[in-house]
Design a protein around this ligand. Structure first.
Ligand code: C2E
Ligand code: MG
Ligand code: MG
Length: 737
């Protein structure tokens, strides 16, 4: 096909056509055969391409009409001297257009989904405007001639049809309206070539300068060839569909403006009636298109809202929440997410039924909404879980969390039944610029579960809480191995008598030299150990090791005591006391030498069971010390009801001692409390001579801190004891001031 048409086009330039301008072989037979092949190509495509069968069939029929027209023309040319106007060939040429145009329109419709339909109007607006401008500037003067000259009138009709076809093709293929396909583009090009040929022809005919067999004839041949090629090309788009263009596109908007301009010009300048009509139609269509757009937008907006609203509570839903998190995350500042889970909701649902459960959720949602400012976006994430997000820091979020909790303080009346629920809130903040949505929500979840576990109400995320934290699992694995291999290191920090600074006892502080992470402080691995349930094993190991380390010293007659730190998990472990007692026995240690330290906060978590264990230990003579005293805010009366021997004032107060009168007052009142109840009062974290002086003056019994002795391995303990004993005799504590 390409070779034959190529040969024909070449002949137009190479083969002399003579006076008639017509060569029977080239322009008759070769042309006829060559242009039949594209018809065959399109017909074959119509048979194989099921999806676009009608489209290809229409295009093929159009092309067949032009082929027949050429044949008729050749027939006239060969057999008649005068070709009638209009002749059979002209009728056939014109007959091609309805096929082509309907084929192209169908192609466009087939490739445009329902949601794109409105964009077809855009193209019609553009097409009408092009038509209006063309008729005002170019067609109108020709019309005058056309009225007198049949030939001109005919070619004018061709040009108009071509123009229409080009416009329709552009309409169908406007980028952004739908995805252009190779076949579609080829059809457009073919239409454009036809148009070009007809326009050239029209211009020549009006000047009476057209002759057969010149290069102008090549344009039609090429157009037919391109049509044929389209039959071979892909008609399915390759990429994913682009989102539907909702608004009036730029091209139709410009077109509408041009139509308006043309109408304005028409008010003082004569413009062809056809042009005015087309321009007015274009404007009217543009207006319809805008109204249509408004309707579509409203529908989209409704759908958008619906898709982001929780039906039950009317709050935003999970999707809404995630989108808002993303949007706020781009603001650059800190971003905080709160995950709120109701406690006791399941019970309400199970016992009072789902409708009451639903009412409860609605009421809780209403209360939460009332408790936070507009800055916070509240959503129901599903079930009894709510989410809250704002570009805010952790402190502000914690305040909001407490406000939310406060809204659930009273009973909620549902169907006349008072119902009580509480909530657990997890808070996670991402510092400025480090936003990752999935992490933020997951860590807020982790914090929420921690809040649920501890009953704390609201808990802010800390990496130690995270059971799935980065290489947490690996860490748990390593911990198990370290316990098995007893590869921990024990550091001993002396606790001195405040009066003469002689060593009274040593506190065992656990160290872990991790194979890859280096030396880890207890704060870094004990939380993981707790979550993995490893605390009891660790404490037993610590007690054993401490007793084993000190036993040789005791055998030499040293009177130094041993303090070990224990956790809440040990106190609720009923066999813990037994283990300690048997270890004391095994190492031949007097129970009075051992002091267990438990922090105030841990003690408060299960007072009843703690009391039982502590009483058993104390019954045999083991001392009990409350560590980090003063920061736990636990009720003093509760603590004082416990069997204890010692309180260790938290080092936070020691750090503030020199500048803060309140810290001094707390130290003094703790000493007083100790005196009244017969407790030993320890000040830990003594770092400066000034604070040592203050606690000595306040009457603290024992002191501990980096100023006095650093935690050190057992090997150096004997020499420390000796040195201390010598120095204590010579040292006047007052000189340390
Ligand atoms: P703690 O029982 O209050 O131990 C005292 C902590 O204060 C130790 O930190 C110690 O190194 C540090 N310290 C001592 N003097 C000073 C001072 O003058 N200034 C300052 N800034 N700090 C001082 P460490 O070793 O990091 O232990 C932290 C906490 O880990 C301990 O607090 C204790 O609660 C816990 N812990 C340590 N060993 C064990 C253990 O074997 N078992 C359990 N369950 N907990 C342990
Ligand atoms: Mg301690
Ligand atoms: Mg402490």
């Amino acid at each position: 096909m390409v070779v034959l048409i190529g040969a024909y086009v070449a002949s137009l330039f190479l083969v002399e056509r003579g006076e008639e301008g017509y060569h029977t072989f080239w322009d008759g037979w070769l042309y006829t055969v060559a242009t039949l092949l594209p018809v065959v190509a399109l017909a074959v495509r119509a048979r194989v391409d099921r999806a676009l069968r009608t489209v290809w069939a229409l295009l093929a029929l159009g092309l067949l009409a032009t082929w027949l027209a050429d044949l008729a023309y050749t027939y006239h040319d060969v057999n008649l001297d005068d070709i009638p106007i209009p002749g059979l060939s002209d009728v056939l040429y014109l007959a091609a257009y309805p096929f082509w145009i309907s084929g192209i329109v169908l192609l466009a419709l087939r490739s445009i989904g329902d949601e794109y339909r409105s964009t077809l109007l855009d193209s019609v607006v553009t097409g009408f405007t092009v038509g209006a401008i063309a008729s005002a500037t170019w067609l109108d003067p020709l019309m005058v001639t056309a009225a007198e000259d049949g030939q001109v009138a005919l070619s004018l009709a061709f040009a108009c049809c071509d123009l229409l076809m080009v416009v329709v093709s552009v309409v169908a293929l406007t980028p952004g309206v739908r995805r252009a396909t190779p076949a579609g583009v080829a059809v457009l090009l073919a239409a454009a070539w036809f148009g070009l040929g007809d326009i050239l022809y029209l211009n020549l005919v009006t000047r009476d300068a057209y002759h057969d067999g010149t290069w102008v004839d090549a344009t039609w041949a090429i157009a037919v060839a391109i049509f044929g090629l389209a039959g071979w090309l892909r008609s399915t788009p390759s990429g994913p569909p682009s989102p539907p263009a909702v608004g009036l596109g730029r091209t139709p908007a410009i077109a509408a403006l041009a139509s308006l301009a043309l109408l304005v010009v028409a008010t003082w300048h004569r413009v062809a009636g056809l042009a005015v009509g087309l321009a007015a139609a274009a404007l009217a269509l543009a207006l319809i298109r805008v109204l249509w757009t408004v309707r579509v937008l409203r529908r989209i907006n409704e759908g958008y809202q619906q898709a982001r609203t929780d039906d039950l509570t009317g709050l935003g839903n999970r999707r809404h929440f995630l989108e808002r998190v993303d949007r706020l995350g781009t603001s650059g500042g800190p971003l905080t997410v709160l995950v709120i889970d109701l406690d006791g909701f399941k019970e309400v649902n199970d016992s009072l039924g789902h409708p009451v459960g639903d009412q409860l959720l609605v009421e809780v949602g209403r209360r939460f909404q009332g408790a936070c400012t507009d800055r916070w976006v509240l959503a129901r994430l599903g079930g009894d879980e709510f989410g809250l997000v704002a570009a805010a820091g952790e402190r502000e979020a914690t305040e909001v969390a407490h406000q939310l909790l406060a809204t659930l303080d009273g009973a909620i009346e549902l169907d006349g039944i008072p119902v009580r629920v509480s909530a657990s809130i997890g808070i996670s903040t991402s510092p400025s610029g480090t936003f990752r949505r999935a992490d933020l929500i997951r860590t807020a979840d982790v914090a929420m579960y921690e809040a649920k576990r501890t009953g704390a109400g609201a808990t802010a995320y800390r990496p130690e809480l995270d059971p799935r934290g980065l290489d947490r699992l690996a860490l748990v694995d390593d911990l198990c191995r370290a316990i098995e291999e007893r590869s921990f290191r024990m550091a001993y920090q002396p606790i001195l008598r405040a009066a003469d600074l002689e060593v009274e006892s040593v506190e065992l502080l656990l160290r872990w030299d991790h194979p890859r992470r280096g030396a880890l402080a207890p704060g870094e691995f004990l939380v993981v150990a707790r979550q993995a349930g490893l605390i009891p094993q660790i404490t037993r190991m610590v007690v054993d090791q401490g007793l084993a380390d000190l036993a040789p010293l005791w055998r030499t007659g040293a009177r130094v005591g041993l303090n070990v730190n224990i956790s809440a998990d040990d106190l609720v472990d009923d066999s813990f006391a037994d283990h300690v007692l048997s270890a004391l026995e095994r190492h031949g240690a007097a129970p009075e030498r051992l002091t267990v330290e438990i922090t105030e906060t841990e003690l408060a978590s299960d007072l009843q069971r703690a009391r039982r264990t502590l009483e058993r230990l104390r019954a045999v003579g083991v001392q009990v010390s409350i560590d980090d005293f003063g920061v736990g805010y636990s009720s003093l009366s509760q603590l004082l009801g416990l069997p204890i021997d010692q309180v260790k004032i938290d080092r936070e107060f020691l750090a503030a001692l020199e500048r803060d009168q309140r810290a001094q007052a707390i130290v003094r009142s703790t000493v007083e409390l100790g005196r009244t109840l017969g407790l030993v009062v320890v000040a830990e974290g003594v770092e400066s001579p000034a604070s040592l002086a203050i606690v000595q003056r306040a009457g603290v019994d024992l002191v501990q801190g980096f100023l006095l002795e650093l935690p050190a391995p057992i090997g150096s303990l004997a020499s420390t004891l000796g040195r201390r004993a010598v120095r204590a005799g010579a040292l006047d504590p007052v000189r340390l001031r």
